[in-house]
Design a protein. Structure first.
Length: 1151
């Protein structure tokens, strides 16, 4: 046979459900098989098109683009046929795009995307049809023995497609295949319909079959060993060679030859050079260029008139910069892009939707600033336009715009309405099988019990993006298990074959495509059936590569917090604060920052960043810009941070490399911190244009060696022309090269520093309003709420219990305190809170629990909701006994429900009252004792995640204050300040234990100030395990501080904050050990006191603690030291019991 076989029906991993074929491996195998072309035909999608197209072209393989499509059966709505469509040319691709998009909008009663034969016939141009002998309409008619219908269908397709319609014959050992193939071949031959051989490839090699079956089972929820599971694929569906196909079809060699002939007919190409922007509406009589230029100049004049130029620049400087930018934007053809972005941002601001000040390199554009796209004056902060848009390197501008999370979708809806819904879509993303998830999936389909599989998965490190191969190298326990355990090895081996495969599709966080015509004119769309949201079938890289322009509508939670804070301030004080005009030198802000109390301050809240803040001690806005740029692995690991800090505080002398570079490097103390500085150095020292300098910057940052070698000589030659010594120029180039890899985009850093400053300003000046907004933003995450509450308490801000008459869904600032939001209570839904709000608005405050139950719809505010509200303390202002409400809830709800039914049915007594009880006041509560203090608090914690009304450690903390060294928050302060090692003794309530590194156990404890996690050796843990149960109160002793670890070369490498534990006591043991004196405080001389003291002595026994009695009288204080025979054995239970005695108001352990 002269020509090789061409595979025309191959599914890739992008088929999502039925293939394990990865594109790079497919291309590699096709190349090895000496096949000049290959087609991919994923079911109902073209997700992989561009990635496949480029990979094939790069390897010298002809890419053929196609798709398998489901065709609806008009006689049976739940039945579909399958055909393969291959693109001959651009027209065929556009028609395939229309067909696939149409199918997404038209699903059958089994939710399958499908299309009618009529629609395909209307869009037949440029397409070749392969009708599978078994799954097409022809094949299904043959299988049903409806031979006349089979012939009719064949002729119908032939009439429309002519010689572009083929019957596809596969020899892959499917059920009924031989019978149907024989009939199909006979019919096709008699009707003069060409045929072609296909392989219906779903996995790469024959030994991949089991992994492929596992993938199918993962998708369907089956187990591999289940004999009843559907088996729709065969071991024959791998990518076979020409010889293998020729042997299979030796009786019909033309079928193999036709695969090559079809490949010759498919010549689709893509245009990757042009960009397609939507048409922006402009006033009559103007061009888009003139309108854009007019807006820019008018906006700059308005800015200069209102604010004037920065003191370091003249008005002419601004006009010159604007002239330059306008020229570049017009020359590159992008005025429409700026107008579109400016339009939806201005609409957002006009509609009170918070918009960020900018992000990324876009903040370096003066045009963007005057058009209100960004909020930073680029001249003031030395930001470069060429870092954003380089006239010497054609690429689309890219504004990433942050919007308030709550209202971002409104902006997208506005854009869709303005340009047309069919022209706007969000962008698809593909989810992959990650290391831990694939272990669990593989273990499940192999039939292993969950605990076995979960045990393997938990050995995988929690590092972001870590692979199984990396895990086996990094986690010794996992590697040992793999070597020694056959079951684990089977799970891991299967997982290694599946890991990384595309598993599902999603929606890009913020990417939106706006096209000049329907999106389907460029690529098909995918419709998520549950949400009906429309996304492009190409991901963000691929939509841009075909010329569509991506706009980033990003949701930033911080903007929502700022907006809620401003609303709260205005509601309570009447002050309408303009967040965009804050003074950037506010003293309270920098006092807050230098204290490193930056929890919830945007970009500055991590403990590592707080440590850097403590070292750098920022005192200007430029310092905040530097902080955002410095806190990254590169600068931290390279020593740049140390140099910056030392030079800032005068502990070292900055090195400016050359006199001409002093002005560039002076703001960063000689450290090349920003990418813009690299560009400025190249411009000043070597005469680069800023466009050329951007090319140098990019080559250095990405370490493109070929470009670097070329640029180095240009740099040196340019420096020599400017009287700089060549050797020195080479040294400077090397230094720039070293630091350029760590350099950060100053435009992005400055834009985000502004948001950091704004949040710091709100926290410094309006902490109650700000923290209420922060808590509201985090209320779905209990752990975050708990951590925020620790920070709030450090600011001495009262947090009040939820109150059924005051609380709303969110946290609320009122009178200097934060009222707990009902939405943060577990078990209380938004619908229930809305019902309570409505009842409160209609008839005023609730007078009692019973009153509420008779006024709300108890189907919305159900018993689970009521119980959560009671436990959280929401009724404490109306009732002082939570247990009474919990025990009486059933009868109250029952009675209230009956009253509601009576009212609804119109049943009244002789006096006109509702039958039965006349009002909620008649519903009685049972008389029961309140829960213990601890039980009440623990119940509170179950629904709020924390202790609100009190803390279980309150008494213990007071009684052991004389021997504890500090509270738990101090540990975090020690980390930040890098304190010297010191001994500690702390109290804590155990909230959890988890496995740690190298067999250690991590014990998490909390107190009123915060939390901390200690590591205990396995032996130590099991020795003390009984006292480490959740909610146990313990006392821990040990040392804490910095430990220096050595690098591979044996030299000191880095310092890490560590704690060690030497002793651990239960709270009973701690009191017994450290309380040598006990003082009972009484308000007056009570005749019962001596008797109560004697009873305590009798019960708890004599011991070492000296007893005192402190009498409080209106005019004097009396202290009595009791005799030696009254010494008592100290214990926590003793002190707790003493507090229950009527004559003892307080218990002290120091007097």
């Amino acid at each position: 046979m002269s020509n090789p076989f061409i595979h025309l029906n191959v599914h890739t991993e992008f088929a999502i459900v039925d293939s394990t074929i990865r594109i790079p491996q497919l291309i590699k195998k096709i190349k090895a098989l000496n096949m000049p072309a290959v087609a991919i035909t994923d079911m109902n999608n073209v997700f992989a098109t561009i990635k496949f197209f480029n990979a094939a072209r790069k390897a010298g393989i002809k890419p053929i683009i196609g798709a398998d499509v489901w065709v609806s059966n008009p006689d049976n709505p739940g039945e579909v046929y399958e055909i393969t469509l291959l693109c001959q040319d651009r027209q065929g691709y556009l028609n395939l795009s229309q067909i696939i998009s149409h199918a997404q909008y038209h699903r059958n009663n089994k939710h399958q995307p499908c299309v009618s034969t009529e629609f395909i016939f209307e869009h037949q141009a440029g397409l070749i049809v392969l009708a599978d002998s078994l799954f097409s309409d022809v094949g299904q008619h043959i299988l049903s023995q409806k031979l006349e219908l089979a012939v009719d269908s064949m002729l119908q397709w032939k009439k429309v497609f002519g010689d572009r319609y083929y019957i596809a014959i596969a020899e892959i050992k499917r059920a009924n295949e031989k019978t149907v193939n024989s009939a199909a071949i006979y019919m096709a031959a008699h009707q003069d319909v060409p045929m072609v051989a296909t392989g219906r490839c779903r996995f790469l090699d024959e030994d991949d079959f089991n992994a492929h079956e596992a993938r199918i089972c993962i998708n369907r929820g089956n187990v591999l060993a289940d004999p009843k599971r559907p088996k729709d694929y065969t071991v024959e569906q791998y990518v076979k060679s020409t010889d293998e196909l020729s042997e299979l079809f030796q009786q019909f060699p033309t079928l193999v030859e036709n695969s090559y002939a079809i490949a010759q007919r498919c010549n689709l190409d893509f245009n990757f050079k042009d960009y397609y922007l939507p048409e922006f509406p402009i006033p009559a009589g103007q061009t888009i260029n003139s309108y854009f230029e007019q807006l820019c100049r008018e906006s700059l004049n308005q800015f200069l008139s209102n604010f004037g130029p920065d003191p370091d620049y003249s008005e002419q400087d601004y006009h010159d910069r604007l002239d330059h930018e306008i020229k570049v934007i017009l020359d590159m053809g992008f005025p429409g892009y700026f107008l579109i972005v400016s339009d939806f941002i201005m609409w957002s601001k006009d509609n009170k939707i918070p918009v960020g000040p900018g992000r990324g390199s876009g903040a370096g554009s003066l045009v963007a600033f005057v058009m209100k796209i960004t909020n930073l004056d680029p001249l003031k902060y030395e930001l470069l336009f060429e870092r954003f848009l380089n006239p010497e390197r054609l690429s689309m501008p890219d504004f990433d715009v942050d919007f308030c999370m709550d209202r971002r979708d409104e902006v997208i809806a506005y854009v869709a309405d303005k340009y047309g819904k069919e022209k706007v879509s969000q962008i698809i993303t593909y989810g992959s099988m990650t290391a831990k998830a694939v272990i669990r999936d593989a273990g499940r389909v192999l039939g292993y019990p969950y605990p076995v599989v979960d045990g393997i998965a938990k050995l995988i490190p929690n590092d972001l993006g870590i692979t199984l191969t990396e895990s086996l190298k990094k986690a010794p326990e996992l590697a040992t298990l793999y070597q020694q355990d056959d079951e684990a090895r089977e799970v891991i081996d299967l997982s290694l074959k599946l890991e990384g495969l595309k598993r599902n599709v999603g929606k890009h966080a913020g990417g939106v495509v706006i096209a000049p015509s329907a999106i389907s004119d460029f690529c098909p769309v995918y419709v998520d059936e549950s949400s009906q949201s429309v996304v492009s079938q190409f991901d963000k890289d691929d939509v841009e590569s075909i010329g569509l322009v991506k706009f980033d509508f990003l949701g930033l939670r911080t903007l929502t917090i700022i907006d809620w804070t401003l609303q709260s301030i205005e509601k309570e004080t009447g002050l309408r604060l303009d967040i965009d005009t804050l003074p950037l030198d506010d003293k309270k802000v920098f006092t807050l920052l230098r204290s490193a109390k930056t929890t919830s301050v945007f970009q500055l809240e991590s403990s590592g960043m707080q440590g850097l803040i403590g070292r750098l001690r920022p005192d200007s806005f430029e310092d905040i810009i530097a902080l955002v740029a410095l806190y990254r692995p590169g600068p931290l690991d390279s020593g740049m941070v140390d140099t910056y800090v030392k030079c800032k505080h005068g502990l070292d002398t900055p090195n400016y490399l050359h006199d001409t570079l002093t002005e560039i490097l002076k703001p960063t103390y000689g450290v090349i911190l920003y990418q813009e500085q690299v560009m400025q150095i190249a411009q000043v020292l070597s005469g680069y244009t800023l466009g050329g300098a951007d090319i140098l910057r990019k080559a250095m940052g990405k370490k493109i060696h070929e470009v670097m070698a070329q640029q180095k000589q240009i740099f040196i030659d340019g420096a020599v022309e400017r009287k700089v010594d060549g050797k020195l120029a080479a040294e400077i180039f090397s230094q720039i090269e070293t630091f350029a890899g760590y350099g950060f985009n100053k435009s992005h850093s400055a834009a985000y520093a502004l948001v950091s400053y704004q949040t710091a300003y709100l926290k410094a000046h309006y902490p109650v309003h700000f923290m209420a907004a922060v808590l509201s933003a985090d209320m779905d995450n209990t752990e975050k709420v708990v951590n925020q509450l620790f920070d709030i308490r450090s600011f001495k801000i009262p947090v009040k219990l939820p109150d059924i008459n005051e609380s709303v869904y969110k946290f609320k600032a009122k009178d200097g305190a934060i009222i707990y939001g009902m939405g943060a209570i577990k078990g209380v839904g938004e619908g229930a809170i809305e019902e309570i709000d409505v009842a409160r608005e209609q008839a005023g405050r609730f007078e009692s629990f019973q009153d509420l139950c008779t006024r709300v719809n108890l189907r919305k505010v159900n018993k689970r909701t009521l119980e959560a509200l009671i436990r959280a303390g929401a009724f404490d202002q109306l009732h002082d006994n939570r247990r009474q409400l919990l025990d009486g809830m059933e009868q109250v709800v029952k009675a209230a429900d009956q009253m509601s039914k009576d009212r609804d049915s119109g049943q009244f007594d002789l006096f006109g009252n509702a039958a039965g009880n006349s009002s909620y006041q008649s519903i009685q509560l049972p008389k029961v004792l309140e829960d213990t203090h601890l039980d009440r608090l623990l119940a509170e914690k179950t629904v709020t995640g924390t202790f609100l009304s009190d803390h279980p450690l309150r008494y213990a903390t007071a009684w052991l204050a004389h021997v504890t060294t500090f509270d738990l928050a101090k540990f975090h302060q020690m980390q930040i300040k890098k304190s010297q090692p010191k001994e500690y003794r702390v109290l804590g309530l155990v909230t959890g234990v988890r496995p740690g590194f190298k067999g250690k156990m991590k014990v998490r404890i909390v107190d009123q100030s915060g939390f901390f996690e200690f590591s205990l050796s396995e032996q130590f843990y099991y020795e003390y395990q009984p006292m480490l149960e959740t909610n146990s109160m313990i006392c821990i002793e040990g040392t804490a501080g910095l430990k220096t670890f050595k690098g591979k070369d044996g030299k000191p490498d880095n310092e890490v904050f560590v704690t060690s534990v030497s002793n651990l006591y239960s709270i009973e043991e701690a009191v017994a050990l450290y309380c040598d004196r006990i003082c009972f405080v009484s308000s007056e001389h009570s005749k019962d006191l001596p008797d109560e003291i004697n009873k305590l002595l009798a019960k708890h026994g004599k011991g070492k603690a000296q007893l005192y009695v402190h009498f409080k009288k209106s005019d004097q204080k009396v202290n009595l030291k009791l005799s030696e025979q009254h010494k008592i054995r100290p214990s926590y239970s003793l002190l707790e019991e003493a507090l229950t005695k009527p004559s003892i108001q307080e218990v002290l352990t120091k007097n």
